[in-house]
Design a protein around this ligand. Sequence first.
Ligand code: BG6
Length: 459
Amino acid sequence: MADALVLFGATGDLSKRKLFPALYRMELHGTLTVPVVGVARVDWTDEAFCTHARDSVLAAVPDADPAVLERLLARLDLIPGDYADPATWTALAAALDGHDSCNAVFYMAIPPSMFPTVAHSLASVGLNDRGRIVVEKPFGRDLASANELNDTLHTVFPEERIFRIDHYLGKESVEDLLVFRFSNTLLEPVWNRNYVRSVQITMSETIGVEGRGSFYDGVGAVRDVLQNHLLQVLALVAMEPPAGPESGFLQDEKGKVFAAMRPIDPTALVRGQYVGYRDEPGVAADSTVETFVAARLEIDSWRWAGVPWYVRCGKGLAANATEVVVEFREPPSMLFDEAGGPPPHRNLVRFRLGKHDGVTFTLQAKTPGPHLDSQDVDVSVDFAAALGERREAYERLLDDALAGLPRRFAREDIVEQTWRVAQPALDVPGSVHPYFRGSWGPAEADRILCGDTWFPPSG
Ligand code: BG6
């Protein structure tokens, strides 16, 4: 268990939106027991830092318990200073000494370009021997830079002390993919190319880039979510059962999925950009960065060969939803139905991973009346209603980072494999097609479907 949490980028956007609210919830749930030392390039007093932290919590949790909030604020220290200034690092080491810390978590909520500086500076004052680092995404910009970043970090921290964040791995609904698949016997016999016709993964957001234009315009949808969130979700749906509970077995199985996956075929890739994106603050007037991407992927394994995996994600779309839809093959026509009615529809299993998470099975049931026809019926569960409160991703990930549990973080080889799969989308991106906000992206996205249609997310 770590004995201190150091937050680089403590006055930045991620800390404000996600980390302080998560720390508040940890305090509320009694899992935050260590001092929290913020480091930031600001000229702030401790008091100003506490005000910032309080405002950040209240923006996300307006009914925060004042006593819990005060307890959190009492844990905070700030080391203001430039990351390039050695004095910042001696001050940090002294602050940790003051807390008798010899095993800290160093959380890098900072721009990726700063990761190497911070890692080397930690080593310059011997702090790399006294803890582990948590690295936010994006981890690299492509395969080469991810390799390079891994090499740099490994000169300072061993792999088992590098925790790479993909906050989707902290979501209960995403972890449920694994549990649902492997704890329901009825699924496993049909979870393969003999029964599954296609799999679709959609992550759609109604918001645009919302003030993050200058960040987003250097990134785009492929780097922002396809290479990480979508491929991590895909791996959980496609993988074989891990050999045991240790994190390494889970990572091994994900690795096998990607190893069996060809890099994205540029002819099965469509990029889009919402109309108005180029007018967003921070976005280049002639930007060709994509705010939407759709791709058809394949996995050359005994389980999945021949099954298309369609993935799409975008901003400014018609609905907020993250879903996986597994479409099963058609049943044979109902020869006993003398009236020659419509053939039964295909079954679907729909995993809702977003706000209203749950699972829906679309099955066939007899249409009332004289004929033996069938129609769709949904058998659905809403997890919040059925299972009660679940914790937020960042709270769970911070808990794990402090406890030193690597299972919900991305291993080096997995990150590199996902970049290998995504790389052609960066090298041969093709043109970017405009689409209107509130639509489902450019119509061109339909061309990657092999005679299939996109399933509209159910929300
Ligand atoms: C982040 C992306 O990783 O995930 C954002 O950088 C995106 O662009 C966000 O909006 C979506 O996360 P969630 O948890 O709201 O689905």
